[in-house]
Design a binder for this molecule. Structure first.
Ligand SMILES: O=C(NCc1ccc(CNCc2ncc[nH]2)cc1)c1csc2nc[nH]c(=O)c12
Length: 250
């Protein structure tokens, strides 16, 4: 996947390019990643990327011209890399709140240009003339769009084929079927006097799968009941639930 990020703080992106699964995917060239700094497209002596808002008010607004040049440069890079229609995504508090469905849609594209704002935001004419989608990562205020961009890109990159060591673990992600995750345990058997649930050491895979499902269902029901509305249970899972209720009532 071809990715270009437009940002005043390219060094921040070392967090995803230099380590972990995302760093490996970039090193393996499963992802082509670059940062483009609007400041490199300024022509004034002060390399201005922002200015005061028309109409007054606090803070500054990112200037349209350096952003436009950066976007056009990113589009030119995409074309020369063989990608024609590359959407422009703007990370914005006014955007749609990102979720797994949104990530799935985004990672279907061959290429993406991600625009990160700072200050109070960017000149509205850039949004009107160049932005295809606006995404937020939640209703809390941050200092810029870079961390939201990294959150979104991390979630996208792990979904690319052959990026996750065990594709299955990616598919079984709790958010894929809508349920929260079950508890996980590893050595030692007993930690501070607390033992691992016995079923996990039986090697009885069906019982283990049943236990894990019931844990996930119970956790979702207790912590995020609203998620249950969009959960599709398999016939087997429905039977396990029935068994569990019968056992509880017996
Ligand atoms: O650029 C981002 N944030 C920087 C930022 C923060 C505050 C303001 C000023 N807003 C004034 C206002 N808001 C409502 C009414 N008046 C502008 C820009 C950002 C990108 S995606 C995302 N997702 C979750 N949270 C985020 O902050 C972000």
């Amino acid at each position: 996947m071809w990715l270009a990020v437009i940002t005043l703080f390219p060094d921040m992106f070392h967090a995803i390019t230099e380590s972990g699964i995302t760093g490996r995917a970039i090193k393996r060239n499963q992802v082509q990643f670059c940062c483009i700094n609007p400041r490199d497209f300024t022509t004034d002596n002060y390399h201005r990327v922002d200015d005061r808002p028309f109409g007054g008010g606090p803070g500054m607004v990112m200037l349209a011209e350096p952003l436009e040049k950066a976007i056009l440069h990113a589009k030119a890079l995409a074309v020369s890399a063989g990608y024609s229609k590359v959407p422009v995504v703007y990370m914005s508090p006014q955007g749609t709140t990102l979720n797994e469905a949104g990530v799935k849609q985004l990672v279907e594209h061959d290429g993406l240009i991600v625009l990160c704002g700072r200050y109070e935001g960017i000149d509205e004419r850039i949004i009107e003339q160049y932005v295809d989608q606006e995404w937020s990562i939640g209703d809390y205020v941050l200092t810029g769009g870079e961390l939201p961009a990294m959150v979104m890109l991390d979630s996208m990159i792990r979904r690319l084929p052959d990026v996750m060591s065990d594709q299955q673990s990616a598919e079984q992600d709790s958010f894929v079927d809508g349920l929260l995750d079950c508890p996980h345990y590893t050595k030692p058997d007993v930690f501070n006097g607390v033992a691992v649930p016995a079923v996990l050491k039986t090697g009885h895979h069906l019982n283990i799968e049943k236990w894990r499902f019931l844990q996930r269902y119970q956790r979702t029901k207790t912590r995020r009941p609203e998620l249950l509305a969009s959960v599709q249970l398999t016939r087997q899972q429905k039977k396990w639930l029935k068994d569990d209720v019968d056992t509880a009532l017996s």
